[in-house]
Design a protein around this ligand. Structure first.
Ligand SMILES: Nc1nc2c(ncn2[C@@H]2O[C@H](COP(=O)(O)OP(=O)(O)OP(=O)(O)O)[C@@H](O)[C@H]2O)c(=O)[nH]1
Ligand SMILES: [Mg+2]
Length: 303
C-alpha cells in the first residue's frame, strides 16, 4: 500500500504531501531517506526511477524539473513495478498543473492542495486479495457474487491461477479489487512460485467450510502459508455458518487456527454486501495498532 506521497523542492523543502491510511510514515525515517539521497545525489539525476528501502518502508522516487523530487513511500514488500508505472504520470501532471506557481513559489504550500483530487485518482491501486481454501469450501460461490469474466493464467507447473477484477462499493478509498483464487494444497506445495503475490497481497483470506475435518486439514497448511504472508494479513473466512448443526463457531476456529476469523455464509441473500463489509472490517483491523494479537498463541484465547 502507498502510505505517503511527497513533492520535495530544491533545498529539501516539502512542497506537497498526501497521506494514505492511518499510519504516518515516521518523520525521522523521511529525514534519513533525504540524507541518504543527498549523499549519492549524482545518481538520482536524469529522471530515472529509483527505490530505496529503509526499515519497513520502500521509497520510490524520481527527479523532476528543477531537481524537484517526487517520492512515494510504500510498504517494503509492495511490488515496485505497480508504483513505478504511476510516478511519471503523477510527476508530469504536477509540473503541468503548477508550472507557473513552481517558478515563483513563495513557500505557500496551500496552493498545491488542488492536487489532492488528482493524486487520489491516479494512484488508486486495486486492493489485492488472495482467496485460498480446500475444494468445496465456497470459493467459487464468493467469486460468483461478481459479474464478469475472470482471467485464467497458468503457473510454471500448469496450475491454474484465477483472477477477477471487480469494482468495490462502500469501502473508503478503495475503488477496485483484484481477487485471486487458489486451492490450498497445490498453492502451499508450490508456494515458492507464488511468494511475490502472497507477500504483496493486502489480505489473504483462508476460506474454510467450518466443518471439523476441513478445519483440521486446513490447519496443517497454516504455518507455511503464514510464513509467506505479511504479518496480520492472513485471516480466516469461516464460511457456511448457516449450517448450524455442523459448523464450528468462528471463535472455535479462531482458537484452533490461531488466526483472526470472520464468520460468513455465502448463500445469505445479502452475502455480497456483507462480503464488502467484511473486507472493510479486515482492512481496519489490519491498520489498527492491535493488528495481530490473535496470531500469538500466548494471547488469551477469545471467549
Ligand atoms: N449451505 C451453504 N452452502 C454453501 C455456502 N457456500 C458455498 N456453498 C455450497 O458449497 C458447494 C461448494 O461451493 P464452491 O463455491 O463450488 O466451492 P469451491 O471452494 O469453489 O470448490 P472447488 O472449486 O472445488 O475448489 C456449492 O454447492 C455451494 O453452493 C454456504 O455459505 N452455505
Ligand atoms: Mg470452485
Amino acid at each position: 500500500m502507498i502510505r505517503n506521497f511527497m513533492v520535495i523542492g530544491t533545498g529539501g523543502l516539502l512542497m506537497y504531501s498526501r497521506q494514505y491510511g492511518d499510519k504516518k510514515v515516521d518523520q525521522d525515517l523521511i529525514s534519513g531517506f533525504l540524507t541518504a539521497l543527498a549523499s549519492f545525489s549524482s545518481e538520482v539525476k536524469g529522471g530515472k526511477i529509483e527505490s530505496l528501502v529503509m526499515q519497513d518502508i520502500r521509497f520510490i522516487y524520481s527527479v523532476g524539473e528543477g531537481d524537484m523530487l517526487f517520492v512515494f513511500c510504500c510498504d517494503k514488500d509492495d511490488l515496485e513495478e505497480e508504483v513505478q508505472g504511476r510516478i511519471e504520470k503523477v510527476k508530469n501532471e504536477f509540473h503541468r498543473m503548477f508550472a507557473d506557481q513552481i517558478k515563483n513559489w513563495n513557500g505557500n504550500v496551500t496552493i498545491f492542495r488542488p492536487f489532492d483530487e488528482i493524486i487520489d485518482e491516479m494512484i488508486a491501486l486495486p486492493l489485492k486479495i488472495v482467496i485460498v481454501g480446500e475444494p468445496g469450501v465456497g470459493k467459487s460461490t464468493l467469486f460468483d457474487f461478481f459479474p464478469g469474466e475472470g482471467i485464467l493464467s497458468l503457473d510454471e507447473n500448469d496450475n491454474e491461477i484465477f483472477k477477477k477484477s471487480v469494482s468495490v462499493e462502500g469501502i473508503q478509498n478503495v475503488k477496485q479489487m483484484d481477487l485471486f483464487k487458489f486451492t490450498l494444497e497445490p498453492l502451499v506445495n508450490e508456494i515458492r512460485l507464488h511468494v511475490d503475490l502472497l507477500k504483496s497481497a493486502d489480505i489473504v483470506i483462508l476460506v474454510v467450510s467450518s466443518g471439523v475435518s476441513n478445519v483440521s486439514r486446513t490447519r496443517k497448511f497454516v504455518d507455511k502459508l503464514k510464513a509467506n504472508v505479511r504479518k496480520g494479513r492472513l485471516v480466516v473466512l469461516a464460511n457456511m455458518q448457516d449450517m448450524k448443526d455442523v459448523a464450528l463457531e468462528p471463535e472455535m476456529i479462531e482458537k484452533n487456527l490461531v488466526l483472526k476469523t470472520y464468520g460468513f455464509s455465502s448463500i445469505d441473500s445479502e452475502a455480497k454486501g456483507k462480503f464488502f463489509a467484511l473486507i472493510g472490517q479486515m482492512l481496519s483491523n489490519i491498520f489498527s495498532s492491535q493488528v495481530s494479537e490473535t496470531e500469538t498463541p500466548a494471547a488469551e484465547p477469545p471467549q
